[in-house]
Design a protein around this ligand. Structure first.
Ligand SMILES: *Cc1c(COP(=O)(O)O)cnc(C)c1O
Length: 619
């Protein structure tokens, strides 16, 4: 017999996107840390109280700290090997993930690096001023009004090392105004965001470039220099900043941006900006999301070497001091930290079982006879073997098509139609199991016709908004069954009532899952690398709230569950929409006279909206 050649044996690309954080052993996904627990064990522990049946976000603070450590170590190695004078510094851009379960362990664990925070709005700045490590830098980007600038002054008073970056020249007028209102006694550091001639790369390239929403033109930079100088504020000018966009797939645009901004830095220093010491290269470091082949074409080493080398060259050429390097990479730091686990509620074809087949018995009732096509389908089903599988399956699909037409014309009844659908699905299943043993490649050729639909207990809009919005891929794989070949080409459905809540089967990037009987066993899918941007961009479409979440912390090698946060309940979701809840409940409860039902209704209001389907709930 030929060796089984199964696409599923590529291990869902875990070697491409996994970065050594997860591995497969004994048929399950395990976490490569401490006692190496399996994800399924963690999921079972969280669900053991019977309440949490919905999706679950599992966060791993050790993976966030690993990314921070890698970032600092790699840059510091480049600095050493090029004998570079400046230091390396980094801040976390809060817009990437502001959730406390993510932010608080990160701030706590990164003290030794002096890892700081970046804020892009007043609310984020308040967050940074509350939790930032006191010696670590804070940077402020985004459009600012006078209030936001006053917040920056207050942060200085609190003892923070804060830099406010000007996105436009008129923001400087406000800073000067506030500076004088505080009698010119103190001021945050000032950074200039430069509007680059060179654009970015990746989906968000419009964050950089000459027609970018952000940054000062060369004329405005000179104007800013003059204004600072006139107001004796030049000593506060400390940073040049650029950000060329998120998820860079290539390093070329960064090199161009570095050259441009490196020269701007050098010229301003030469003109007399004596405290200008920092270049902030923004974010944009990519993450490998692909399950099939590498799509990110550079390593962090190349990236850091390029930054250090380019800055060294420019400053040598212009005879100025080598600047400290700042980065604001967010996706790179946050994405690996979080796994979204979704229970599979249903397989679409599960209703098409043999036990539901009700062929007509002409012995009992001579007027009830199966149509010839049904008889033929039944013969195909009985006689199918490895040699005939492919041909019979095509025949079956054709027969079903004809039966559906006959039904629409009124020539066969609902029972016939049901029998036809059941028999066709049984033939498909038999074909898959026959071919997957003999010749998997043959199976792959016909996969588009024989997809299984998996209904998942989650909302794509809430939990993977970038899939919905910009077709961002996230690695997905089952948590169990990984020692069994996956034979079903899969389309994923979420539980929203929206036809966009679907991840269709893509023959170019096929997803194969297992044929499971959910009455007998549970089946969970994990979506990986979801720690960046998804949580806060997620929307409450159909009023599904953010999933329950938990931190997995390793203490002496043991995985401990911490900071469990249940998904928001229905009462609170409605309150968030500004319904007056007292009023709503009065209207709701006053219509019901039955105390038991009233009790049930009140209980439901205190629960989240995800579906409670699953094996233990049937007990
Ligand atoms: C969004 C943003 C970042 C983070 O970008 P990533 O691609 O997540 O690294 C950094 N700096 C600024 C100014 C940003 O707007």
């Amino acid at each position: 017999m030929k060796a089984k050649k199964s696409i599923s044996l590529n291990n869902y690309g875990i070697d491409i996107w996994g970065d050594g954080n997860f591995f497969i052993e004994d048929g399950v996904v395990k976490i490569n840390n401490g006692e190496k627990p399996s994800l399924i064990d963690i999921v079972k522990k969280v669900r053991s109280d019977g309440g949490n049946k919905g999706p679950l976000l599992i966060r791993f603070p050790h993976l966030t700290l690993k990314q921070i450590d890698t970032l600092y170590t790699t840059f510091n190695n480049s600095i050493k090997s090029y004998n570079y004078d400046g230091t390396f510094n980094a801040v976390f851009p809060l817009k990437v993930n502001q959730f406390p379960n993510f932010v608080l362990p990160m701030v706590e664990g990164s003290k030794k690096y002096n890892y700081g925070l970046e804020a892009g709005s007043k609310a984020e700045l308040i967050l940074a001023m509350s939790y930032n490590n006191i010696d670590a830098p804070i940077t402020v980007n985004g459009f600012k009004d006078k209030e936001m600038i006053i917040l920056g002054f207050i942060a200085v008073k609190m003892g923070y090392n804060i830099t406010i970056t000007l996105e436009g020249i008129n923001e400087l007028d406000k800073i000067i105004e506030v500076y004088h209102e505080f009698n010119g006694e103190f001021c945050p550091n000032i950074g200039l965001r430069v509007r680059l001639h060179s654009g970015g790369s990746g989906v968000w390239a419009k964050s950089g470039g000459i027609d970018s929403k952000f940054g000062l033109s060369s004329t405005e930079i000179l104007e800013a220099y003059e204004d600072l100088s006139k107001n004796n504020m030049l000593p506060y000018l400390s940073m040049i900043h650029f950000h060329i966009g998120s998820a860079m797939t290539s390093i070329m645009p960064l090199k161009k941006a570095l050259k441009e901004s490196g020269h701007i830095y050098a010229e301003l220093v030469t003109m007399g900006a004596s405290n200008l010491k920092n270049i902030n290269i923004g974010g944009g470091l990519g993450i490998e999301y692909s399950q099939f082949h590498k799509e990110k074409h550079y390593s962090l080493e190349e990236f850091s070497n390029d930054v250090v080398f380019t800055l060294k060259e420019i400053t040598k050429q212009k005879g100025v001091k080598e600047p400290n390097i700042f980065t604001e990479s967010g996706r790179f730091i946050a994405a690996p930290s979080t796994v979204l686990v979704t229970p599979v509620l249903e397989l679409f074809s599960s209703e098409y079982e043999l036990e539901n087949l009700k062929l007509k018995d002409s012995n009992e009732d001579p007027t009830r006879i199966d149509p010839p096509l049904i008889k033929e389908l039944y013969d195909l089903y009985k006689s199918i073997n490895v040699k005939t599988a492919r041909e019979y399956m095509h025949d079956a699909l054709e027969h079903l098509e004809s039966l559906l037409t006959l039904f629409s014309l009124g020539y066969i009844d609902l029972q016939d139609r049901s029998n036809g659908e059941i028999l066709t699905h049984l033939i498909i299943k038999k074909t898959i199991s026959l071919l997957s043993v003999e010749d998997y490649t043959e199976l792959v050729k016909i996969e588009a016709k024989i997809q299984e639909k998996y209904l998942l207990n989650f909302s794509i809009f809430q939990s993977l908004p970038d899939f919905w919005g910009i077709d961002q891929e996230f690695p997905v794989m089952p948590l169990t069954h990984l020692d069994i070949p996956a034979t079903r080409s899969a389309t994923l459905w979420d539980i929203t009532c929206d036809s966009d809540g679907e991840m269709p089967f893509n023959p170019k990037k096929p997803l194969y899952l297992h044929d499971v009987d959910l009455k007998k066993e549970e089946y969970f899918l994990g979506f990986f690398l979801v720690g960046a941007y998804q949580d806060v961009l997620g929307m409450k479409h159909n009023l599904f709230a953010s999933p329950s979440e938990v931190n997995v912390v390793f203490e002496n090698g043991k995985a401990v569950l911490k900071d469990f946060l249940p998904s928001q309940n229905i009462h609170d979701i409605l309150e968030d929409l500004d319904y007056h809840m007292f009023n709503l409940q009065q209207k709701l409860f006053s219509k019901l006279r039955d105390d038991d039902l009233l009790f049930t209704l009140k209980k439901f209001l205190k629960d989240n909206g995800y579906l409670k389907i699953g094996m233990s709930s049937q007990k």
